[in-house]
Design a protein around this ligand. Sequence first.
Ligand SMILES: CC(=O)SCCNC(=O)CCNC(=O)[C@H](O)C(C)(C)COP(=O)(O)OP(=O)(O)OC[C@H]1O[C@@H](n2cnc3c(N)ncnc32)[C@H](O)[C@@H]1OP(=O)(O)O
Ligand SMILES: O=C([O-])CC(=O)C(=O)O
Length: 446
Amino acid sequence: MDKNIYLAQFYGKSQNYTQIPRDWFPKFGVKRGLRNEDHTGVLVGLTRVADVVGYKRDAEGNKIDCDGILYYRGIDVRTLIEREDYHGFLYEEACFLLLFGYLPTREELDAFCKVLQSGYDLPDEFLEMNLLRLPGKNLMNKLQHALITLYNYDPDPDNIDVYQTLRKGLNIMSKLPSIAVYAYMSKVHYYNRQSLVIHYPRKDYSTAQNILSMLRLDGRFTEEEAHLLDILLFLHADHGGGTNSTFANLVVSSTNTDIYSAMAASVAALKGPRHGGANVKVSIMMERIIDAIGIKATDAQMEDVVHKILQKKFKNHSGLVYGFGHAVYTLSDPRAEIMRHFCGIVAKEKGMDEIYNFYRRFEKVAIKTLSEAKGTHMCSNVDYYSGFAYQLLGIPRDLYTPLFVISRFVGWLAHNIEHKQYDDRIVRPAAKYVGEIREYIPMEDR
Ligand SMILES: CC(=O)SCCNC(=O)CCNC(=O)[C@H](O)C(C)(C)COP(=O)(O)OP(=O)(O)OC[C@H]1O[C@@H](n2cnc3c(N)ncnc32)[C@H](O)[C@@H]1OP(=O)(O)O
Ligand SMILES: O=C([O-])CC(=O)C(=O)O
């Protein structure tokens, strides 16, 4: 018999031995997904890096929905964006704030940018050996590979001293934009037979400027485009210690493994479509929806699509309307609100307001339909508009989630350092054995 048929039979039979009924989880007091009954997260740590506020508590301790607020080191991200003194290095300023806990002076920010800029160059032959000779089908997997490979270029890679972690982290961080863009160039050269374009990063450019200049054939971009990308990088920089990819970092790093391995674990987590990978899924989903019902579709047609997605009758079959719902936010994700605003402005400038208006209308319909279907308020999340914002900048879909990595790396690093300094215990929760204890049966008696 075909070996796959055997395997399918073993798998079928295994269901008699391996099942764990859903109601056993509450019965044994297990918090699935580390969530409490009211869906809030189980407390697993203390942090001063960022705060994600999505609900309040009333006097009786009940959870009350509220508009979301995101604080970086206690400062509302909106105030950092709305300021009058924009200088082109918003993302770098946020990196400083997240890592060191205070807002830099002009001199401190310049000095910090110089540290980053001094790390822009890749090690000799890294590009040729690891990116051009080994193109990756998926850039998130390729980024994990590149991170693990950078270990080999470090003379003391297993040194996990806190200050060394900061130095190594900043060095990796400064190289990520080139690695991601070159990995993309290598992919489309190899798999799509496109011409290979390699622009070197400029030392005087910010992270946002370099990404745009390395990606574009002529290396040119406008100030407004760099500003939008700077804001996008800024908005993705951190989301507290409980978000999946950061928690994954802390779990892995708590074994005292090297920083390259811990960061690769975070990239692996962020790739998932329930997390950072949702930005690609949203983009594909919206394209398919527009294909199916047209850009001028009515609200009723949009509502029908949402129901079809929920019933797994629309194209992606996941049952999820990507870009909606959040583990913490209830009424709104402040990052989606900010992006909606900036996307509106840039879409108008680029003559893409028709598609922007579609996103806008679909957002309202999806929120209403999902909230009714699930009996709880659901908001659009950061991933709903980010792909569209990248599309406005002409950034290819392959790079949507890698851009999230470039940005969130600093958050992973800040929490990694904080955890090493102040928690420093191996993460090791418990799982209850709920099977039976059985006698061994000799082979001839089975
Ligand atoms: C950067 C980020 O990670 S932002 C999040 C990006 N992810 C997405 O956009 C993917 C779509 N959204 C989701 O999968 C979820 O809303 C998450 C993972 C973001 C948050 O999930 P949680 O708060 O844990 O909610 P949970 O997954 O328990 O969902 C509760 C219920 O709502 C449903 N639900 C939640 N979000 C959605 C959605 N977007 N579409 C359809 N159903 C949803 C779940 O299927 C579940 O239904 P059930 O009770 O009938 O099983
Ligand atoms: O907090 C979360 O669960 C997911 C999220 O929005 C992020 O990591 O940016």
